[in-house]
Ligand binder design. Structure first.
Ligand code: G3D
Length: 203
């Protein structure tokens, strides 16, 4: 009887889990974005002051429950020596958020090269992709109309997948929840090819 009730309880509370990678060059705003997402979308999360956020070194993780599913975010370090670790996470991921520093004109070509390398991976085939032109609060930053054509080059590498490029400010939170809600719909649609994990899988 206990087993039956326990099983029923688990059925009621257990949520499908999806893993989302947050990638981009160092200083793009990955950690700030994850903090903004948790602050906007987790009921009891108070957030930490932007001045206390330090650049991603290694891995930051975060969890958000939204739209009946649990999203596990993996924010990976963007320094060149850490990029070689990214592909270890590709096979396990259900979506990628790629963050571009729209205020950094000097490194936008480098960011695009890194992006191309990432999307060329077989392990990310068909995975939904949200590209964020971050730091839109900075007055002379590149707008979406500048960033989009750059990231649309080499469209053949993008292949058949859901992809969207959006303007965002991780610092002010503008655009953060819209992007995640879009991604949740894509992940659910893609769950035939990339089924969710559930809590039992990790036992
Ligand atoms: P990373 O995790 O990708 O390395 P961080 O990047 O989240 O550590 O952010 C790097 C710097 O960019 C931080 O500034 C952070 O406050 C800033 N930043 C991140 N997102 C935004 C944004 O949307 N707008 C603005 N204006 N700044 C942003 P510091 O000064 O701490 O290095």
């Amino acid at each position: 009887m206990y087993t039956l009730l326990h099983g029923f309880y688990k059925y009621l509370v257990q949520k499908d889990e999806y893993c989302i990678l947050i990638l981009g060059l160092d200083n793009a705003g990955k950690t700030t974005y994850l903090e903004a997402a948790k602050t906007k979308l987790s009921k009891n999360y108070k957030g930490i002051s932007p001045s206390k956020i330090t650049t991603t070194v290694g891995l930051n993780i975060g969890k958000i429950v939204i739209g009946g599913v649990q999203l596990n975010f993996w924010d990976l370090g963007g320094q060149e020596e850490l990029q070689s670790l990214w592909d270890k996470y590709y096979a396990e991921s259900h979506a990628v958020i790629y963050i571009v520093d729209s205020s950094d004109r000097e490194r936008v070509a480098n960011s695009k090269e890194t992006f191309d390398k990432m999307i060329s991976s077989e392990h990310l085939k068909g995975v939904p992709l949200l590209v964020l032109a971050n730091k839109q609060d900075i007055p002379d930053c590149m707008g979406v109309h500048t960033v989009k054509p750059i990231f649309n080059q080499n469209a053949h590498l993008i292949g058949a997948r859901d992809i969207m490029l959006m303007a965002v400010s991780a610092l002010t939170g503008d655009g953060v929840d819209e992007g995640i809600r879009w991604l949740v719909d894509c992940i659910k649609r893609n769950s035939i090819d990339r089924p969710p994990r559930n809590q039992d899988d990790s036992l």
